[in-house]
Design a protein around this ligand. Structure first.
Ligand code: BGC
Length: 474
């Protein structure tokens, strides 16, 4: 007689048999997420450090922009190549390499004797961030059970937000002594933790299965599922591999079956940045000062408040993401982004009076909206929606687009404010927010509770179909 699960077929059965998650998977996810901590720390710490670096090396504007921007250039480059590397070398080995790169980069920055060496250090740190951003979400999504994958992959975004907050605090602590070397060098510590953690953590069973190490994959899968029956899950992973040849090629990304997922990944990557998040993360004190908060310490304190809202709302989103699903959160949060940017733009029409207060509140609403939507959901979806065979490569393409868009926005923000004025600049970002909402509504699929293999199949040959069945649930 057929068991109930057999009657349902392996795919439906998998989601039901697995325990929500085991302690071991959570540990693996937490250690991998340290890569996110470095991402957040290293992108934000420079905002405080650059003031002193500028003085020490007597830098004019362009070299100053290079110190900030080379991290993004390094990250975009490594994200593009890093996905391929993690498909080839394995997720675990790539994360170990990432840790070594972070440590070397942070130490070069801390001990740099010249501006040129500092730039080399910053670029190396950027390579580490790019590798982390392609490998961490994929690693976590491949070891997590479907019902808990949302919050576990979002640990990456949580770590980014904590990294940003820690950077604000460290910058503040060393500001008095001008200790920029400490600000940049301290990143070596979490770099070391990431490497040590990965020594003890297992390779992704999905990657092992793809590389012909079925026995090992099954063993690890059993271990990370806490000893429960993993036959159905394993069979499902094997099922997606049997008709695939060994190596994914770049041309695979343009296959009709992959194209819709590629569009979703790159689209979300660009929208995540062009709605202006990093103008707030990198320039919040500047925005607040121009809104009328005159003291630097007041502006920095309000910025720290924004950092706290970012962390807390990411936690809220992690709590909701496997319950409500990705789409409702994405649509609600993006709507919040549009409204807060529009209000911020209006507020700047009337300088003085209540502008400072309105600016602080709207920036907080804006960051809260980002933290429940485009922040975590972009990194989650790009780790979920691509076929196993080309997952690293495709995720890397989306991550690289994100870094390139980040660089573009960071380099143009101040000129836009000078040229268009703050009101029109924030309205422009609000307009991009409208684009993000429409894009998400029509093209972004719901992936809640489905196995990676079910998601892979649902994309084959369809452009909007995966989104349609989820629209009602939004
Ligand atoms: C984005 C970063 C941003 C951070 C803010 C991430 O999802 O990719 O660019 O600085 O969120 O929390």
């Amino acid at each position: 007689m057929q068991s109930e699960n057999e009657a349902k077929g392996p795919h439906q059965a998998v989601a039901e048999v697995q325990p929500a998650s085991t302690g071991f998977v959570i540990l693996a996810a937490i250690f991998a997420a340290v890569g996110g901590l470095l991402f957040g720390y290293d992108t934000a710490a420079i905002s405080g450090a650059v003031i002193f670096i500028k003085q020490q090396f007597s830098l004019s504007t362009f070299p100053e922009e290079l110190v900030v921007g080379m991290v993004l250039v390094g990250a975009a480059t490594a994200a593009l190549g890093g996905g391929r590397l993690s498909d080839w070398l394995g997720r675990r080995a790539t994360l170990m390499l990432t840790s070594v790169i972070f440590i070397i980069g942070a130490l070069i920055c801390a001990f740099s004797g010249s501006f040129q060496i500092l730039l080399v250090g910053r670029t190396i740190v950027g390579l580490g961030i790019g590798l982390a951003s392609t490998t961490v979400p994929v690693y976590i999504s491949e070891v997590s059970p479907p019902q808990a994958r949302g919050w576990q992959v979002s640990l990456f975004q949580l770590a980014i937000t904590i990294g940003i907050l820690v950077a604000y605090v460290v910058d503040y602590a060393f500001a008095g002594s001008g200790g920029w070397r400490w600000m940049l060098g301290l990143a070596a510590v979490p770099g070391l933790i990431l490497g040590l953690g990965m020594i003890y953590l297992p390779e992704s069973p999905r990657w092992l299965a793809k590389h012909g190490q079925a026995e090992k994959a099954l063993k690890i899968l059993g271990r990370i599922r806490g000893g429960s029956n993993v036959d159905a899950e394993f069979q499902e992973i094997q099922g997606t591999l049997s008709h695939d040849e060994e190596h994914g090629k770049w041309s695979e990304l343009l296959r009709p079956a992959v194209r819709p997922a590629l569009i979703v990944g790159i689209g979300l990557a660009v929208f995540q940045q062009i709605t202006g998040i990093n103008t707030v993360i990198y320039y919040a004190p500047t925005i607040l000062q121009s809104a009328g908060i005159s003291s630097a310490s007041g502006a920095i304190l309000a910025t720290a408040g924004i950092g706290v809202v970012n962390v807390v709302m990411t936690l809220v989103s992690m709590w909701l993401i496997d319950r409500m699903g990705r789409r409702p959160l994405l649509l609600i949060g993006t709507a919040g982004i549009i409204v807060s940017l529009a209000v911020l733009g209006f507020a700047f029409l009337r300088p003085g009076g209540s502008l400072a207060r309105v600016a602080v509140v709207t920036l907080m609403v804006y960051v809260a909206s980002f933290a429940i939507s485009l922040g975590p959901i972009f990194w989650l979806l790009i780790a979920e929606i691509y076929p196993l065979k080309i997952r690293g490569m495709a995720e890397g393409t989306a991550a690289a687009s994100n870094w390139a868009a980040n660089l573009l926005v960071s380099l143009t923000f101040l000129s836009l404010v000078q040229g268009l004025g703050p009101t029109r600049t924030f309205w422009l970002y609000a307009l991009f927010g409208v684009g993000a909402w429409i894009f998400s509504y029509y093209l972004v699929p719901e992936t809640k509770g489905r196995t990676l293999e079910q998601i892979e199949r649902s994309f084959s040959g369809k452009v909007v179909a995966p989104a349609r069945d989820a629209i009602q649930s939004a």
